[in-house]
Write a protein of this length. Structure first.
Ligand code: PLP
Length: 392
């Protein structure tokens, strides 16, 4: 006969889910949002949009900023601003989120991917130089280069600038993941002719969805604002001389962004502390390494990323991911390189082996600012146990 379950004891108890990088509205977001709502600026312009743009300029140390509906919209407008057209080529970091490369295709242009180096996991300046030399010899230079600051760490702009300058190729910095990171003391977003930020739900500061295009060139930003609001000519009626876009950020979301921006420094400090915690707890495990922090800068540690060498660790990256998932902990393989994406299979790539290897072995760990030390312990314990389980 079946025994009646004891209803005082929960049949199924699960620890709270730990997410990779959930939103953390811990400042004046609510107050500012209500203010925006009550002022009835429930549209894509208003005082919070202006103030958010101003706040970003001050934080990044850049002259001008246009608040947009997403980082992808900012990437796209940056290329439109440079006049990128069908048939042209644009260089792009190979290890990135697809949005970077997609924006190139929106313009009818073709991405050419440049692999990462091991020092920063960002675009390898020497492969970039090789590709540009080869393009110059063929007489067809790319029209721009999208350089990504991966997982919150700036690319090697000293050398990248030098190489691009030699061939007159403008850089657009994709700093979507790197708000507040620095390269030789200069903030991410300042490199190249324009910089791009994302405020989607998993970024270090979020507006739920949103982005920003920044530049010291006022003309680019003024033009981007026009284009982002359907490029309406200055006439009392609706008149358009160019194709525009509906890419502006809502005043309500800008209010949330302002609240988030006020706490950016604390958020970076917490992300860096989380990174330190993981390093201290795991650094002695054989076969486990961390994404390196290049000596030229300071990462915002948006996500803590590890590399697992299965032969030494005793389990491969996927086994570790599944072990975490079993304990209700989200983790993710690092970005799948662009040259391995079916949609970009016909695009040229310079190198590729480094990002392939990083993808095979790399895992992003939960890194949200609200994680407690107990939450971090939980992750650490699963990582240690996944090793033991697979070793025995
Ligand atoms: C490197 C990179 N570029 C671009 C984007 C696109 O930003 P969004 O999601 O705001 O369009 C993201 C994030 O999603 C990103 O990580």
């Amino acid at each position: 006969m079946l025994k009646k379950p004891n209803c005082d004891v929960p049949l199924f108890r699960r620890e709270k889910r730990l997410f990779l990088s959930p939103p953390h509205p811990d400042g004046r977001e609510r107050e500012l949002l209500i203010q925006a709502y009550e002022s009835n600026w429930i549209t894509t312009l208003g005082p919070h949009v202006d103030a958010f743009e101003q706040g970003m300029c001050e934080k990044v140390g850049v002259g001008h900023a246009a608040a947009l509906a997403s980082g992808t919209a900012a990437l796209h407008l940056a290329l439109v601003m440079l006049g990128i057209e069908r048939g042209e080529e644009v260089l792009c970091s190979n290890l990135t989120f697809a949005a970077t490369a997609n924006a190139i295709v929106y313009c009818g242009a073709t991405p050419v991917f440049i692999d990462s180096n091991r020092e920063s996991w960002n675009m390898d300046p020497e492969l970039l130089a090789e590709e540009l030399d080869s393009c110059a010899r063929k007489g067809k230079l790319p029209q721009a280069a999208f350089v990504v600051d991966l997982y919150g760490q700036c690319a090697e702009y000293g050398r990248i600038d030098e190489v691009c300058l030699k061939y007159g190729v403008p850089i657009i910095e994709d700093a979507a993941e790197a708000m507040g990171a620095t390269y030789n003391g200069t903030f991410a977003g300042k490199f190249g002719v324009m910089g791009v930020f994302s405020f989607n739900g998993n970024k270090i500061i979020t507006t739920s969805a949103g982005g920003m295009l920044v530049s010291d060139n006022e003309e680019y930003i003024k033009r981007a604002r026009f284009l982002s609001t359907q490029d309406r000519d200055p006439a009392p009626h609706y008149q358009h001389s160019h194709i525009g876009y509906n890419y502006r950020l809502s005043n309500l979301l800008a209010a949330v962004g302002r609240g988030q921006l006020e706490r950016l420094d604390e958020k970076i400090a917490r992300r860096r502390a989380i990174n330190d915690f993981y390093r201290n707890a795991l650094q002695d495990l054989p076969g486990l390494e961390f994404m390196p922090e290049a000596p030229y800068g300071k990462s915002n540690c948006w996500l803590t990323v590890i590399l697992i060498t299965p032969q030494e660790f005793g389990a491969d990256r996927e086994a570790v991911r599944l072990a975490l998932e079993k304990e209700n902990i989200e983790s993710r393989p690092i970005w799948k390189p662009m040259h391995l994406q079916p949609v970009f299979k016909d695009c040229r790539v310079r190198g590729g082996e480094v990002s392939e290897d990083l993808f095979e072995r790399g895992l992003c760990l939960p890194s949200g600012t609200q994680m407690t030390d107990e939450d971090l312990e939980r992750v650490v314990n699963v990582l240690k146990n996944s090793r033991r389980r697979n070793k025995s």
